[in-house]
Design a protein around this ligand. Sequence first.
Ligand code: NAD
Length: 385
Amino acid sequence: MARLNWGMIGGGEGSQIGPAHRISAGLDGKFNFAASALDIDAAKGKAFAQTLGIEGDRAYGDWREMLAGEKDRADRVDLVTIATPNSTHFEIAKAFTEEGFHVLCEKPMTMTVAEAEELVKLAEAKGTILAVNYGYSGYSLVRHMRAMVARGDLGKVRLIKAEFAHGFHADEADADNPRVRWRYDPDLAGVSAQFADCGIHALHMASYVSGQEAETLSADFASGIPSRTLEDDAMLNIKMSGGARCRLWTSSIAIGRMHGLNIQVFGERGGLRWAQEQPNQLFWTPLNGRTEIIERGAGNLSPEADRASRVTIGHAEGMPLAFANIYLDLAEAISAHKHGRTADSAATQYPKAIDGLRSMAAIVAAVDSAKQQGVWVDARPPMLR
Ligand code: NAD
């Protein structure tokens, strides 16, 4: 497979998620980092791009300049990653999709459900790939959980417990720090803070692993720091499409919790438990049986898990390698698209625009429910009802 050209918007020097994308996209030799508009400060973005090896004429000052410069090149970028703040995702994703580029957009995909529906329809009409970076779905053992559920090891899934809790916004004395405050300001963050930022990763994972989508939900939102307009803690009960209940907790005031993205799936014939901070072990307990530890890299787990595992058993694989699996899938999907062939079916596991849309609908539904003291509301996007 010839190397594909890759471009990045946002993720400039000092950004939180930019380095993870660059490590991941570069890991398997599938992408050549060819063009960028990395920073809100044009000069800073151009200078940083050149330290990363981007040629001067493709180190753009902003995304509009990048679109104009790339769209008619014979060697234009094959994939554009959008890693800017949330409020810019829609217009950038729309503009690049309209010009026929494949896009990987950071979450949340948009600020509203209507925008998300528009993007889903646009990508479909253009026949381009629009993926959303629920990157934790790239972990080998997450893919193994999904395979175990799909092949029936658990029987019917009855219950899912999903969490994403950290404690890094718990200091009331620091609540006015500009780096923290904007996240709880509706003008900058949107309708939800903690659920939209972290809770949707937990919800995406619940759906990804179980194969069931959120249908209706009841939410309780709390602001542990009372000056906050938006929630810093949320608890949701969700009725899933296959009949399971999902109990979901997310928090940013849980002192002592680090990056607590945890999932448990309970079926008729057994239960699974996995935690992102120990991603190389999966705990499986068959009904009436003993708990078994499944190690990442153990031979012949499932084709999905084996494809997503790189180093041998016993060596830790972490978050950038999970993101790298999203890029590996995209490289295969884009290459197949380019050459008019069918993509390897194992490479279709990356999160798509439809998942970004479902998340947006769940965010709006949760806000709606929380405002009405937890009344059950429809969590599906209008176009999927
Ligand atoms: P950040 O504030 O640390 O960095 C944002 C970067 O984008 C900066 O370099 C900034 O200069 C640049 N930027 C801002 N506006 C721009 C524009 N118009 N054009 C070009 N560059 C621009 O933010 P972050 O924490 O890295 O988050 C970025 C996105 O990634 C957010 O949408 C966030 O939700 C998402 N994110 C996802 C994950 C994940 O696990 N998938 C984790 C963290 C963040």
